[in-house]
Ligand binder design. Structure first.
Ligand SMILES: CC(C)(COP(=O)(O)OP(=O)(O)OC[C@H]1O[C@@H](n2cnc3c(N)ncnc32)[C@H](O)[C@@H]1OP(=O)(O)O)[C@@H](O)C(=O)NCCC(=O)NCCS
Length: 371
């Protein structure tokens, strides 16, 4: 039977979150040959609303839609508590403080034995409906690909040299009227890192940056005295990082938003930050590594930024090598670190390559502007 219907769930529905997590595991194993889902807790947090965004979870269930009944905030019936068979999962976000035109970060995932039945198409139709209901006019959706895919046909990024294979995910996105707006590269650094190389890179960068700059590092919540500096750096990350043709606007950050982000991260792991300050105390750069609680732990190199007028002093390399040294000292058991960068971000990629990061997978950022 190929009848199915869509429902929406909340992050506090235990079984629904279990399915979101299960689908991330299944799809990452299918594409990458390994489970990249991280912990159940991180999946729950990624789907939990915040003052900065609403999170949507849409599930495809077998059988016809229930008649009547309450409808959720994205226009679909509520998911039942008991979920024993799920055909597809889509997650997405509606930013609330900035980027009010977007349905952002959509991931459409359909179970392998339920594909080519129109589930993915129904999910995208629903994203369009959710956009209409919430006054959004642009949908940004992501796909994952193997870098060495055995295909001869590729779709080129609109900027830089990135490309994605014309595989099922790409064919699906194109069939739904999306355009490739950016290609991201996932890079991995296997640990333990070569400590001598790390120290040599750090010393070289430090020699170029001193005496005009100093670094401060901490793990966990941001000390009060640095909240404004971190807010300024986070704004700069969103304003300055290359976006390809994705229509992201700069994010609005203040001290309260930094504290809220810190609190969320603390619920599923530990964030390690290193901040660069100029000799006059101005924020000059920031980098963050997040180590998820779990077995085995997953580590992620999050964003790194050097603010415009402080560039050209090797601060990027100094920040990253210093922060990494703090992480490996605190977490000697960590097997590897993953990071994602715009494929057109040559400067950041060069730093990563020098530190030993290697390409692991590629991501397609797809955008559809609604009429
Ligand atoms: C990509 C994915 C979501 C498609 O889901 P689906 O339910 O099979 O999609 P649909 O049945 O609605 O297919 C819609 C159209 O997409 C294209 N398409 C989908 N899968 C395809 C494939 N394997 N080969 C060629 N075209 C394909 C076709 O044009 C298809 O229309 P058709 O069946 O009438 O020819 C699903 O394969 C999946 O979950 N893949 C892994 C996760 C993923 O890559 N998600 C990112 C999507 S951008």
């Amino acid at each position: 039977m190929s009848t199915f219907h869509l429902v929406e769930a909340n992050a506090d529905q235990e079984k629904a979150i279990g399915w979101v997590h299960r689908f991330s595991q299944l799809i990452s194993i299918e594409i990458h040959g390994e489970d990249q889902a991280g912990s159940l807790e991180s999946t729950r947090l990624a789907s939990t609303d915040a003052s900065t965004r609403l999170n949507g979870i849409v599930l495809a269930l077998p059988g016809p839609a229930p008649a009547g009944g309450p409808v959720g905030r994205f226009g679909l019936p509520h998911a039942p508590e008991d979920l024993d068979d799920v055909w597809g999962v889509t997650t997405f976000q509606l930013p609330l403080k900035d980027n009010l035109h977007l349905i952002d970060n959509a991931f459409v995932q359909v179970r392998a034995d339920r594909r080519r039945l129109g589930v993915g198409t129904a999910m995208v139709s629903h994203l369009r409906r959710a956009a209409e209901l919430h006054g959004r006019n642009t949908v940004v959706m992501w796909s994952d690909h193997r870098p060495g895919a055995e295909v001869s046909d590729w779709v080129d990024a609109p900027q830089g040299t990135g490309r994605v294979p014309r595989d099922p995910a790409t064919r699906f996105a194109l069939s739904q009227g999306f355009q490739l707006a950016q290609v991201e590269r996932q890079s991995r650094l296997f640990l333990p890192v070569d400590l001598e190389l790390l120290a040599a890179l750090s010393a070289e960068a430090r020699a170029a940056a001193e005496p005009g700059y100093r670094l401060v590092s901490w793990s966990g919540p941001t000390p009060t005295e640095y909240l404004d500096a971190v807010a300024a750096a986070n704004h700069a990350i969103s304003a300055d990082a290359p976006n390809g043709e994705i229509d992201w606007e700069p994010e609005q950050w203040d001290a309260a938003r930094v504290q809220e982000a810190d609190e969320r991260l603390a619920r599923s792991g530990t964030a390690f930050h290193t901040l660069a300050l100029s000799d006059s105390g101005e924020p000059a750069g920031l980098t963050t590594i997040f180590v998820e609680r779990g077995e085995p732990n997953h580590g992620y190199q999050f964003n790194t930024v050097v603010l415009g007028r402080h560039r050209g002093h090797r601060l990027g390399l100094w920040l990253k090598t210093t922060n990494l040294a703090a992480v490996v000292a605190a977490h000697p058991e960590l097997p590897h670190l993953d990071t994602w960068n715009a494929d057109e971000n040559g400067y950041m990629l060069a730093i990563n390559v020098a530190m030993g990061f290697r390409v692991w997978s590629i991501g397609g950022g797809w955008q559809r502007v609604l009429a």
